[in-house]
Design a protein around this ligand. Structure first.
Ligand SMILES: Nc1ncnc2c1ncn2[C@@H]1O[C@H](COP(=O)(O)OP(=O)(O)OP(=O)(O)O)[C@@H](O)[C@H]1O
Length: 255
């Protein structure tokens, strides 16, 4: 179990998050939902220690993350940022960087095996020896996800992981993440704007509004009322062949 308790965070004196608490089961995917500027990315940065909390605690399997050093945190939490930049490093070496928390002197055969397996799972073999400043935005997004998976974390934090991907890759990448999460007991927190992708792949949904958790739960919280309140836009939540979908209903004249 991962327990986030009473997180408060401010940039300078501007409060961004207030009393954020939620629990996550080891093999669950959680969607973080909220409008632009709600504090979703800030929350991920608080959980992985980039942002220093004003108050609050984070426990993974009963262990206090805030009391750990960076290496210990990196064995438990991996993070893929919203924006990634390419550099003069190959795809293989970038993914291998995910093994850094485990490597003492040099990468072991086991590290290489893990990296090769993830590169295969993500369909990146043909790019393996390319420099990451010479691949597309979507390919780079997959490489960064592969690096995070190579870290073999207990908790994976993904900030809009599908924003640069075409529709087929969006489904493929989230399927891979879900399979790896279920088979390796990895909790995943995903900041995502596509409510239908969230509905398809996530187990639970956390809405942030006015700095706090507005609602958190399973599919039962994905209601017209909650979505309309949080995003300030009319929607229609409907079921097609048993699959729940959110259809935006912008008011006539507003487009
Ligand atoms: N480094 C920073 N310094 C000061 N303010 C910041 C910083 N980063 C973000 N903010 C502000 O904090 C608030 C929350 O930003 P955050 O990036 O967490 O929102 P978000 O919910 O992820 O938004 P989006 O959906 O647009 O990505 C915003 O008002 C933003 O302008």
């Amino acid at each position: 179990m991962i327990k986030i308790n009473n997180i408060d965070f401010s940039y300078s004196s501007r409060k961004i998050l207030e009393n954020i608490s939620f629990d996550i089961l080891e093999n669950n995917l959680i969607a973080i939902l909220g409008n632009n500027g709600a504090g979703k990315s800030t929350l991920l940065k608080c959980i992985n220690g980039i942002n220093t909390l004003e108050k609050g605690t984070i426990y993974i399997s009963g262990q206090d993350v805030l009391a750990m050093n960076r290496k210990e945190v990196a064995k438990r939490i991996a993070y893929v940022a919203q924006k990634n930049e390419g550099s003069r490093v190959t795809v293989f070496d970038t993914v291998l960087l995910g093994r850094r928390p485990y490597i003492k002197w040099d990468a072991s055969d086991e590290d290489i095996k893990i990296v090769d397996k993830i590169i295969g799972q993500m369909g990146l073999e043909e790019f393996k020896l390319r420099y990451i400043d010479e691949i597309s935005g979507g390919e780079l997004q997959k490489v960064m996800l592969a690096r995070a998976l190579a870290q073999q974390p207990r908790l994976l934090l993904l900030d809009e992981p599908t924003s640069n991907l075409d529709p087929k890759n969006q489904y493929e990448v989230l399927s891979i993440v879900k399979n790896i999460s279920k088979s390796n007991n990895i909790a995943v927190i995903i900041v995502i704007h596509d409510l239908n992708l969230a509905l398809r792949y996530c187990d639970r949904f956390l809405f942030i509004k006015n700095k706090s958790v507005y609602s958190y739960g399973g599919i039962e919280v994905m209601t017209n009322d909650n979505i309309e309140f949080v995003y300030e836009m009319p929607v229609s939540v409907q079921s097609f062949n048993g699959v729940r979908m959110v259809i935006p209903m912008p008011q006539t004249g507003s487009l």
